[in-house]
Design a protein. Structure first.
Length: 235
């Protein structure tokens, strides 16, 4: 599925003025936005998800406009079919694992019941080996378990695209390596497009079918991983 982003956004705080102006087109199943902290990667991902409204430009997914300033198009986040995995996973602390996974399947403001069983939730609990902790709360889980719960919750809604904000940053080195393998295998099995942002080249090596390098709010380079690795090695 193709993702085309061509947006501009100005953000002003007491400390600084930040100009985001990014443009790229991705046609791979795995796109990595790579760059240092503060480069504009998260802002770009939030714009794709519908959590940030650009000042100007366009965003299309599979040829369908999600945002088009000139025509006044701004599809609400809940209608974009994008599942956003936050860096801190954003699990609901007062809901157990089963409730967290089932939350996106509910309409309105009512939380799923603590012992409510649905086929979709049970499928994802099986897929991520979470049945043993289905009744536990986020504070009772390890970092790897919390990430799996967040992924299960995101995928339960059957999104068109998966957006991941530094998904391994909160994990130790051994867990990062394991979760990279698990996420890679899962994405291959489900064949769901994904955009992952990172400043870690180890993530790029695993997920960088297409690498979009961003720095100071601008796209510096767009390349497949082999070209990215060769370019960086020559520096």
């Amino acid at each position: 599925m193709s993702l085309a982003v061509d947006i501009q956004k100005t953000l002003i705080t007491r400390e600084r003025k930040f100009e985001l102006s990014v443009s790229f087109t991705g046609n791979c199943q795995r796109i990595v936005l790579f760059g240092p902290s503060g480069a504009g990667k998260t802002l770009t991902l939030q714009a794709v998800a519908g959590l940030l409204k650009p000042d100007r430009g366009t965003i299309t997914l599979g040829g369908e406009p999600l945002f088009e300033a000139g025509r006044g198009i701004n599809v609400p986040a809940r209608s974009r079919g994008a599942a956003y995995l936050f860096q801190d996973y954003a699990l609901f602390p007062h809901l157990n694992v089963r409730q967290n996974v089932g939350f996106s399947l509910r309409q309105g403001w009512l939380n799923p019941r603590a012992r409510e069983v649905t086929r979709t939730v049970e499928y994802w609990l099986d897929a991520f080996e979470l049945h043993a902790v289905a009744g536990n709360y986020p504070a009772e889980l390890s970092g790897g378990q919390r990430q799996r719960v967040a992924l299960a919750r995101a995928l339960a809604a059957q999104p068109r695209i998966l957006l991941l904000d530094e998904p391994f940053a909160a994990l130790d080195a051994n867990m990062r390596e394991r979760m990279r393998r698990e996420l890679s295998d899962l994405q291959t099995r489900l064949d769901i497009p994904m955009v992952l942002i990172t400043h870690d080249e180890a993530d790029v090596a695993v997920f960088g079918d297409q690498v979009v390098q961003i720095d100071q709010g601008r796209v510096q380079n767009v390349a497949h991983y082999e070209a990215f690795a060769a370019r960086n090695a020559s520096r």
